[in-house]
Write a protein that binds this ligand. Sequence first.
Ligand SMILES: NC(=O)c1ccc[n+]([C@@H]2O[C@H](COP(=O)([O-])OP(=O)(O)OC[C@H]3O[C@@H](n4cnc5c(N)ncnc54)[C@H](O)[C@@H]3O)[C@@H](O)[C@H]2O)c1
Length: 263
Amino acid sequence: MTEATEGIICRRLVGRTAVVTGAGSGIGLATARRLASEGAHVVCADVDGPRGRAAAEEVGGLFVEADVTDPEQVEALFKAAYDTYGSVDVAFNNAGISPPDDDSILDTGLEAWKRVQDVNLTSVFLCCKAAIPYMRRQGRGSIINTASFVARMGAATSQISYTASKGGVLAMSRELGVQFAREGIRVNALCPGPVNTPLLRELFAKDPERAARRLVHIPVGRFAEADEIAAAVAFLASDDSSFVNASDFLVDGGISGAYVTPV
Ligand SMILES: NC(=O)c1ccc[n+]([C@@H]2O[C@H](COP(=O)([O-])OP(=O)(O)OC[C@H]3O[C@@H](n4cnc5c(N)ncnc54)[C@H](O)[C@@H]3O)[C@@H](O)[C@H]2O)c1
């Protein structure tokens, strides 16, 4: 909960089952906490056993160790959610990587390209493919796929496969949102701006110039907190967003709308 939402009791997800991939850290962890606080049964999936298990224990949910690039493990994940709680109402397909060997197109090898496509894009394909049949049977569901503001904006500090993978997530989410709209399933792509996660903090603590180069583009003058992204996911997961579908849901502090920012 952020300071702004502290004291407001939101219980929009009572009785709903939410699968969160990458629940062991960062945005996924903040979202697992938020969805649980709103009453959802949360299924925490992560390839990192100890972190994923700790997240599930904290939120009173179910842990499923799963590598989201593996079709059988993804199938088993959604089946476990359904078998344990009786429905699959929300899929937050969020696990992703941003490794240092994914860089300028001039320096990025095919292996790094493929690895990032697998974890960031193929995983979302697999998770949607596994979740949608449950949602069709229920006639209800909300899928939120984590893309990024870099799917909408170019950067001279390139991570070429990452950017392309997030563009793929955006286009795929839009298409699925259109295809399944009349079956009660909404699919949105969440596009966070840079978020203050341990990874980002470590990177920028070592290189303050790198942080400054990015901060100058953010109208609000700071990076997002993971809780602020989780709040947007909770909205998209809930019926409060019943007419939000096939969208590029930007939570970027105004980055993508800015030309000149305040000093
Ligand atoms: N942090 C940012 O600034 C930012 C901005 C925009 C979008 N995003 C996106 O948000 C998502 C979450 O990012 P984060 O910053 O919270 O990252 P994070 O590294 O803190 O957490 C990612 C989690 O995903 C898990 N994971 C990685 N590969 C996996 C796999 N193959 N199978 C299952 N789990 C796997 C990791 O173990 C980890 O727990 C990613 O898709 C990322 O691209 C992040």
